[in-house]
Design a protein around this ligand. Sequence first.
Ligand code: AMP
Length: 287
Amino acid sequence: MTRDRLRLAVPNKGRLLEPTLELLRAAGLVFEDHDRSLVARVRNHPLDILFVRTNDVIEFVRDGVADLGVTGDDLLAEKMIELPRIRSLGYGRCRLAAAVPTDALPQGLDDLAGKRIATAHPNATRRFFDQRGTAVEIIALSGAVEVAPRLGLAEAIVDLVSTGSTLVMNGLRPIGDILESEAVLVGGSDPEGATHERVMAIDAMLAAVIAARDRKYLMMNAAVGRLPALEELLPGLASPSVIPLAHGGMIAIHSVVDADAIWGLLPRLRAAGATGILVLPIEKLVP
Ligand code: AMP
């Protein structure tokens, strides 16, 4: 179906809502809060944002009601619906992990052979153990999975874990991962389709923000003779920019570096002769 305005389906509450809104706004999209409405009209781009239940995003995209959607890898795996994954979004990270009561015997996933596993992800769990050739009994629940062992409903659970503190609070111990998940942008399956180019344009906007999040812009001054040593420390996107300064023999060096590397890098840059080092956030980055 061809529409004037693209539609992006996003979760209307829950863990993926806030980081999704933050990403869309950081990409420069301007829209009203969704509080009272299902649809938010983006004012500066031909895009409507549909706020739907986390669990329904995939169906909205599959059925063509939305051209794009934000969901989780875990939900894609569970629904067994093949939708093109356009891009991982870098938030909503968690893993689907198997856990047993702290004092139970199983140490690894293969020790679950013949056991009952309670989970709200029965399809992903069944497929995982089938592929492994480990026979287990799946008890499908829609919530409160972590209390199943205590109630005598199952010997183990498979549930989403990010920090692991919920498991600990429920007297459970993780013994292995079924899959890793993060938020993902999914889109219509037709690269020849009428909306394809516009879908890719939205993806490019989000990609520029995501790429910028992991990087910092680094500026420093140095005597020109220090350049080779400093350049060695700065892998960056390409070669650093080197700008002559007004006064004798000094240069400014600008470079883009991994955010995680900054704290390790600063003392080494200082030691190699850099002064006046500035670290700046990057708003958008198109490599
Ligand atoms: P919601 O139930 O609406 O909060 O959204 C659940 C989705 O958030 C899951 O399907 C995952 O993709 C993602 N997620 C990220 N971390 C966690 C976590 N620790 N527990 C549950 N869901 C998580």
